[in-house]
Design a protein around this ligand. Sequence first.
Ligand code: AMP
Length: 423
Amino acid sequence: MQLYSTLSRMVEPFQTLYPDRVSLFVCGPTVYNYPHLGHARTYVVFDVLAKYLRWTGQEVLYIQNITDVDDKIINRAQEEKISQKDLARKFEREYIKDMLSLGIDSVSYHARATTHIPEIINQIERLVGIGVGYITETGVYFNIDSFPRNGELSGQSKDKRISRVTDTKKHNPADFVLWKRGEYGEYTWDSPWGRGRPGWHIEDTAITEKYFGQQYDIHGGGLDLIFPHHEAEIAQMESLEGKHPMVRYWMHTGFLTVEGEKMSKSLGNFIKIQDALKTWDKDIIRYFILLSHYRSPLQVSEEGLLNAKKALEHIRAIAITDNGPYPEGRDAFIAAMESDLNTPNAIAAIHALAAHGDLEALIEYGEILGIRFLPETSAPLSILQDIRAELRASKQFEIADMIRKKIADAGIQVTDPPLKPLK
Ligand code: AMP
């Protein structure tokens, strides 16, 4: 398989650290609100990646973190007058529920930040121990000047890489926080630097080091996470262990946009997954997402979803008669998936497989893409088609046409082969 890595900015042959074993980590959500279609885009892509890698016979350990301690959670919990934990658990449940409704069921383990506090503290202690973490009145910070490779992933010049956390106690505006001192309600823990809570970046490296070790195969997330989040993760882990690269394949999804702007909670232009599912079923949403390459931006629109619906209906309408394997179509599907997860080309191959009646491939590849390509009623339908063929052969066209009309009323177009010439 060939995968593009943001780190090398090249499509590279995919080689795992250990044979037949893939370690995949994708940044999970901050659980303070309902997930939207932007999240769906990113998580459908990695779901398909995990399913495809498993289909090729590799063992995939797919971990996602859940950011359940964060300023946004603290603020929202205060607004709603509920505890941070209750709020975070509520939206974690909503997230898992929505992911399952979209057929995203490939994650091996969801790791919460709050259940990895000992690992987080341990990592910070080691960073302080080797002199790259420093302690101030307000917390513990990472000295970014100590890590010369900083900036390699994002390719940004140094003066642009200013951390969002503005704190005059920091030695350098680009330094980022590892531990925030203070009382933050129930999600505050004791640490060697006093009570407080972890910074955002350290939760991911604490989790990945625990389950994968210092190096692993693929790290995924949306484009917005390259800087500062993923740069910071690299700085933390590679400073600690000196092993480079922490991750070779950095995969970043393009944004799902609305009228050219990123769909996001803060812009208020978001469509909740739950609401989208009231109009469009999960197969249509997945088809729509996979019709674009994961690195391209994806403009969401009613028209785009409607076209996806029609295209999927077309596949289901023609995928009726089983004609056995269509090898060219199967090769095209696999070649597309191997080529940096080129799902638009994979879907083109699905159309060819449907046109040639390779139903077995449609079922199997449908499981990889998480989309049902056969009509729901395909078994009874093929029986009805057999009956119609018998009726037509014995010239009982009226009854045969009546059955065809009933099938058409159910939304499925049936075309008949020409009748055999009479002897
Ligand atoms: P967040 O909820 O901001 O913590 O994001 C969780 C994941 O969803 C991250 O990988 C984001 O990059 C991704 N994400 C959020 N919004 C979008 C969007 N509009 N398009 C694609 N991915 C997104």
